[in-house]
Unconditional design. Structure first.
Length: 188
């Protein structure tokens, strides 16, 4: 598999960032739900710190992926893909990138407006985006929650579309981003 994207498929860097982001987002969701149920304790503080660090990692991975896209380009649509499907795919990818940037930033803003420090895995601190402010805190929390719902909807649609392409359209869309997955034998 080439490192860089080609006109036919995603390269190793894009695939690695994609699946690492998927794992990080899944971990964020699990940790996000678990931390809400924990009683106030040092463990809860540690779990919140982990959630924040994972979120900052997703922010960095998304920025890296966008820079890589600028450098390495993107594959052309699978042959035979209708123009409207390509447009929907581009809009979906754009929405995913916006959410994967906005969600960690809303969490960072919430953390800042709550008056808490922000450290990435305890290694270094990040600047506050706001001073303590209950109104900004409430706004940032609402944004974080709404962005989560939007992310959930778009990720489900994205995954469903990839599965539709693989099992019903029988094309190479899914296999281009999935290492080891061969396109259907009758794929165009």
């Amino acid at each position: 598999m080439p490192i860089r994207n080609t006109t036919e498929r995603w390269g190793g860097v894009s695939i690695s960032i994609h699946w690492l982001t998927v794992l990080m987002v899944f971990a964020l969701v699990v940790v996000g739900f678990v931390m809400q149920e924990l009683p106030n304790s040092p463990t809860k503080i540690d779990v919140y710190a982990m959630h924040k660090s994972f979120g900052l990692t997703v922010l960095a991975l998304t920025l890296l992926r966008l820079l890589w896209r600028l450098f390495a380009g993107t594959p052309a649509p699978v042959p035979g893909t209708p123009r409207w499907q390509s447009a929907v795919a581009q809009a979906t990818h754009g929405a995913l990138y916006v959410i994967l940037l906005a969600m960690p930033l809303s969490g960072w803003l919430y953390n800042s407006a709550s008056g808490f420090p922000l450290k990435w895995f305890g290694l270094f601190g990040l600047p506050k985006l706001s001073g303590y402010d209950p109104e900004v805190k409430a706004f940032a929390l609402a944004m974080h929650e709404w962005l989560f719902i939007a992310l959930l909807v778009i990720v489900v649609a994205h995954a469903a579309a990839a599965l539709k392409h693989h099992y019903f359209d029988r094309d190479a869309t899914l296999s281009r981003m999935s290492p080891g997955l061969k396109p259907p034998a009758d794929a165009p």
